[in-house]
Design a protein around this ligand. Structure first.
Ligand code: 5FU
Length: 256
């Protein structure tokens, strides 16, 4: 299943503009590391973005866990993204009918469409979810959840295949997947959460795999690392260690 193509070669295969911009950033920074900044204050979110910014291609947010969210938080985040050359991925996991998703994307207090480069969606409600996202956030690239990292999740086999089919139908908008590795089509990029150098898990079903397994063996393109970096006493250093481990794993995949 794991294809032999390099990120340079994938550039011409990705139809979505954000996907291509991401690949350019990855190649320039030699980074296929995304950091999940799962903290609850804007101060911490912004300080993480600043600390790990130089090492990452993506900062992944959960805006709805920030207790003091205001529009200025997103403005500052966008500023840091430009400064350090990373994209912002709001991990909202849209899952409702198209009409509701459109309102969630553009309305409320978060106005996700205004600041996120990448958003994602479950396929459980059918293609209307994807249609809504591509219509109301034309400049955003979309990832579909094809697999998950947590114990007992239902995104397996036919469900995963269905996600691939949906993506192929909306290739201008969808440029990749949340998955455990490559699920077969090099025209898409694969993003894997549940990554930690030490492996293991947490008390609520998270299952960790190390970067080398995820990228070199399972064929994922971008590793998403949360607590492995966020809970480290030196986040800057941890991000640098993870960036190197993930990029080395990518280079190793190319050699095989
Ligand atoms: F879709 C998924 C998934 O299958 N597993 C995940 O862990 C998303 N995640 C996200 O990745 C989750 O919401 C966290 O933001 C992040 C993993 O963080 P960790 O601290 O590395 O476990």
């Amino acid at each position: 299943k794991v294809h032999p193509l390099s990120f340079e070669q994938r550039l011409s295969l990705i139809r979505n503009k954000v996907g291509r911009r991401l690949l350019e950033i990855m190649l320039k920074k030699q980074s296929n590391l995304a950091v999940a900044a799962d903290v609850t204050t804007s101060e911490e979110l912004l300080s993480i973005a600043n600390e790990v910014g130089p090492q990452i291609c993506i900062l992944k947010t959960h805006m709805d866990i920030i207790q003091d969210w205001t529009e200025s938080v997103s403005e500052k985040l966008v500023h840091l993204a430009k400064l350090h050359h990373f994209l912002i991925f709001e991990d909202r996991k849209f899952a409702d009918i198209g009409n509701t998703v459109e309102l969630q994307l553009t309305g409320g207090i978060f106005h996700i469409a205004q600041w996120a480069d990448i958003v994602n969606a479950h396929i459980i409600a059918g293609p209307g979810t994807i249609q809504a996202l591509s219509r109301s956030a034309e400049h955003c690239g979309i990832l579909l959840l094809a697999q998950m990292s947590s114990k007992g999740n239902l995104a397996v086999q036919e469900y995963t295949q269905k996600a691939l089919e949906f993506a192929q139908q909306y290739e201008d908008a969808v440029f990749g997947f949340i998955s455990l590795g490559c699920i077969g089509d090099p025209n898409f990029l694969y993003f894997t959460p549940g990554v930690k150098l030490e492996g293991g898990g947490d008390s609520l079903g998270q299952q960790y795999t190390d970067p080398k397994t995820v990228i070199a063996i399972q064929g994922s393109d971008v590793a998403i690392v949360g607590r492995g970096i966020i809970q480290s006493s030196n986040r800057r250093e941890a991000a640098s260690t993870y960036r190197k481990a993930c990029w080395d794993a990518y280079l190793q995949r190319l050699e095989e």
